[in-house]
Design a protein around this ligand. Structure first.
Ligand code: 26W
Length: 850
């Protein structure tokens, strides 16, 4: 085996930066802490000392002169110190051991705030709070100072964050790899009811949670062409002669396990211009041009694409994907494995989990490393590669399946395109052998699509190049096999499996809902935090009136906390004693926010038309939270309409205190942690067969909300577990949806034949909510009545009927609370710890370290 050094991992021309810090020794005034104490003692006094040291010597200010930001940064760095020994130890164990490591490859991590989680993991919550109090600081103000790293769009990014939390808590060796976007998901504001996007400068006030390692930079190549050459054994080889390159700088984040001493690493890559870039391409002696070149390179990690499920096929996005994947593979092979590692053993040391298709270019990249650089034969390299990857598919929408045009891929990554062609050729040969004469099948299964333009189907490449393929809930995994990848599942049935998603109970119960956590722990002990099946032990308490009263009091207190926040944050004044009915998720037609809107308007119309007396209406407060992709026009029109309906209803004296609608801007993880614990009713109302899993649905159930939902995604499993009596099911099933499609769906028929639906839509169309301007609601209305691609009108009546059952149940508070308790007690399955066990058993084929 020979190394081709011209095109690999040479860093000899790159400077490294060795940094070391020398601490001060002389106290300057009585306000200063004494010299460094190590390790920080887990006492209030020890914590204060460490905090003041960070404030003085880290941040460079005196307590009396410090800003909230100074205090926040010092507090964060103090907590960090408590994690440091565990981090160093975990790292050393990983390097020395020979255990299989999970390399989680994800373009998104929607982490949420870090301070609370770090305090929780270290069990320092009470100590830190008391320490701050003694310093005259309200810790809540410091918590509020943190801008959450919003490095993801929604479900997929949040799932990645839950998974790395669980792996650390379960002591599973894992490196999370991703991109350090300088700007995460945009901040949403409303102007006259319309969404306006503001850049999310989450790094503006400094991030104490990241550790930059410029000395561990990696060079990533792009463009150029390929050449053939003959090695000293007479074999024909290929070399990539790139056109330009950038540097990847790793930023390390701690991923602490829950009080187990394990701290795994999240490694996020930031792009930096290389000198080579400036010189080779743009060296015209023109400073402005040179700087432009730098900007070009650094754009790669500048901003998260806010498109959720509609890939635009943009060049920069492919650059992002290859950039982080190339950095990550290099990092693992060159820096994490021992120098003399035999790469034939690679599948024993790593499994790269592909979080959707975004990192799938890693498959040809590993082939390139093995074949072109390390000199492996193709067949041996392919055998290794296929055992190093596993692919998770997170969607059922055809438009969300990524494809890259051959033209673009060939221009940006010419060698990778050749490798993809080769993979495809050999694969199709196998298929033809297995199904002689079935040329149509071979064409269907080709990685290369011919129409509408020649392009690379990344889901096919992922499936062919992976040891396992999984969906994220039972129903979606079945549909994945039957509808999305039927030829592949027929060809290799054993490759396909399901792992139902989960959420971390640390963040979404313990941190977000302290009151409920305390009640649970007082009742069944604290083991549930890392063994969520233990929640079952709460079941008998559903019949205990005393427990129900305490449970209901927790819910009420959470509502009041939320209302205080929404009052300060959004100027919203909400009634204290209405049912809290919540729909929070990305804005998308398939998620059917418009169905919820029709329900609200129908209730309102009932009252103002005199059909229903106001005292017959169960008081409800509706909460929406949703960001729309900036280029998704109809989604933005829907946001405008929700805001218009909210403004009209909230201002109408006829329904005051009975119907209220709140749409706080900028729904994110931080806000979710406040809204979910307060919710009574969880809306999971996607068209059956469209939502892959959903994870918000799990968070609500675990926090004691009842679900009204369709038979879609993980709703199916939630209903099976909590029982039909504790779940409000409505709508068509997936086969019914298919059948209606096949018959030919005509929404107008539903409009014509349902009087209530007609009155509801007519009220919206009349301009009642838009100051009489009918044009302002026309796009949404016309879309519903004439197209309705997600069959809102077809499910309308069934939804209303289910909502009537909700009202009836809510009128009986004891019955409602009983159901809510049973939802908590029976949802332990939805811990992401269980998801991780499933991945270990079915996909990664290794068990956690002791
Ligand atoms: C722009 C390209 C693109 C394509 C697909 C961006 C993002 C996607 C994702 C697949 C969208 C996504 O977040 N999917 C969600 O993944 C969650 C975690 O598995 C599921 O719970 C949601 O049902 C699914 O929509």
């Amino acid at each position: 085996m020979s190394d081709d050094a011209s095109n690999g991992f040479t860093t000899d021309e790159l400077q490294t930066t060795d940094v070391h810090r020398v601490g001060p020794t002389l106290p300057v005034s009585s306000e200063l802490a004494a010299g460094p104490v190590e390790p920080p003692a887990s006492t209030v006094e020890g914590f204060i000392e460490a905090f003041l040291r960070e404030l003085n010597y880290g941040q460079g200010v005196l307590l009396s002169r410090s800003t909230i930001n100074d205090q926040y940064l010092a507090l964060a760095r103090t907590v960090r110190e408590y994690l440091m020994a565990g981090w160093l130890e975990t790292g050393a164990l990983r390097r020395e051991g020979d255990r299989k490591i999970v390399g989680y490859l994800s373009a998104e991590y929607l982490l949420g705030r870090q301070l609370g989680n770090a305090l929780l993991a270290t069990n320092l919550q009470d100590i830190a709070e008391e320490a701050m109090r003694r310093c005259g600081i309200d810790i809540a103000a410091l918590r509020a100072q943190e801008i959450e790293p919003g490095l993801g769009n929604g479900g997929l990014g949040r799932l990645a964050a839950c998974f790395v939390d669980s792996l650390a808590t379960m002591d599973v060796p894992c490196i999370g790899y991703g991109i350090r976007y300088e700007y995460g998901i945009f901040r949403q504001t409303f102007e006259n009811g319309r969404q306006v996007e503001v850049p999310d400068s989450w790094l503006a006030l400094g991030s104490p949670w990241e550790f930059p390692h410029p000395e561990r930079q990696v060079r990533v190549d792009f463009g150029g062409h390929t050449e053939k050459w003959t090695d000293d054994q007479g074999r024909e080889r290929t070399r990539w002669v790139p056109g330009w390159n950038v540097l990847g700088i790793p930023y390390h984040h701690m991923v602490p396990g829950f009080r187990n001493g394990t701290v795994n690493t999240l490694r996020l890559w930031s792009a930096k211009a290389t000198q080579a870039f400036d010189l080779q391409i743009f060296n015209s002696g023109d400073y402005a041009t040179a700087v432009r070149a730098q900007t070009f390179a650094e754009n790669i990690s500048k901003v998260l694409y806010p498109e959720d499920s509609t890939p635009q096929g943009k060049e920069l996005r492919l650059q992002q994907q290859y950039f982080f994947v190339a950095c990550s593979l290099h990092d693992f092979i060159a820096n994490t494995l021992p120098k003399d590692f035999d790469l034939r053993q690679l599948p024993e040391r790593i499994i790269f989990q592909l979080n959707d298709t975004h990192p799938v270019i890693a498959i040809p990249e590993l082939m390139r490393i093995l074949v072109d650089i390390k000199g492996f034969d193709w067949d041996e390299a392919w055998d290794i590669t296929r055992r190093c990857f596993a692919y998770t598919c997170h969607t059922l929408l055809p438009e969300a399946l990524e494809v890259w045009s051959v033209e673009l891929l060939g221009r940006l990554l010419p060698r990778h395109l050749e490798i993809i062609y080769q993979i495809n050729e050999l694969f199709l040969e196998e298929v033809r052998q297995a199904f002689p004469g079935d040329e149509m099948r071979a064409r269907r299964m080709s990685i290369i699509a011919e129409h509408p333009e020649r392009s690379v189907r990344m889901a096919y490449l992922a499936t062919i190049g992976s040891a396992k393929v999984n969906g994220v809930a039972e129903l979606q995994s079945q549909l994945l096999r039957d509808k999305v990848l039927p030829d592949f599942s027929e060809y290799e049935p054993a490759k396909f499996t399901n792992v139902t998603n989960g959420v971390t109970p640390r963040r979404f119960i313990y941190l977000a809902n302290r009151r409920l956590s305390n009640l649970i722990t007082d009742t069944i002990g604290s083991e549930w935090v890392t063994d969520l099946d233990r929640l079952r032990e709460l079941e008998p308490y559903a019949d205990d009136a005393g427990f129900r009263a305490e449970f209901a009091a927790v819910k009420q207190a959470n509502k009041e906390r939320l209302f205080r926040l929404l009052s300060v944050r959004d100027g919203l004044e909400l009634p204290q004693h209405a049912m809290l009915d919540v729909l929070v998720k990305r804005l998308h037609e398939y998620k059917r926010q418009t169905l919820k809107l029709l329900h609200i308007v129908s209730l309102y119309e009932d009252v103002i038309s005199g059909t229903v007396a106001i005292d017959q209406v169960v008081p409800r407060t509706f909460i929406f939270g949703a960001k729309a992709a900036p280029g998704y026009h109809l989604a933005k029109e829907i946001i405008f309409l929700i805001n218009s309906v909210a403004a009209t209803i909230n201002a109408d004296e006829r329904v005051k205190g009975v119907l209220s609608v709140a749409f706080p801007a900028n729904y994110n993880v931080t806000l979710a942690e406040k809204i979910i614990p307060a919710a009574d009713l969880s809306e999971q109302i996607s068209l059956a067969g469209k939502e892959a899993s959903g994870t918000g649905n799990m968070k609500f159930a675990l926090n004691g909300a009842l679900t009204i939902g369709t038979d879609d995604g993980a709703n199916v499993e939630i209903r099976q577990l909590v029982g039909d009596d504790n779940f409000f099911l409505f709508g068509m099933t997936e086969p019914e949806v298919e059948a209606l499609h096949a018959r030919g769906y005509n929404p107008a028929e539903y409009y014509e034949s349902n009087d209530k639906l007609q009155r509801t839509i007519n009220l919206i169309a009349s301009g009642h909510f838009t100051d009489g301007d009918r044009a302002l609601s026309a796009q949404v209305v016309d879309n519903l009545v004439t197209q309705d691609p997600f069959m809102v009108l077809a499910d309308f009546q069934s939804y209303l009927d289910a909502q009537a059952r909700v009202d009836a149940a809510y009128r009986d508070p004891e019955r409602w609370t009983r159901s809510a308790i049973l939802n908590v007690a029976r949802s332990g399955f939805f811990s992401s710890d269980r998801s991780m066990r499933d991945y270990l058993d079915r996909i990664w084929l290794s068990s956690p370290v002791e």
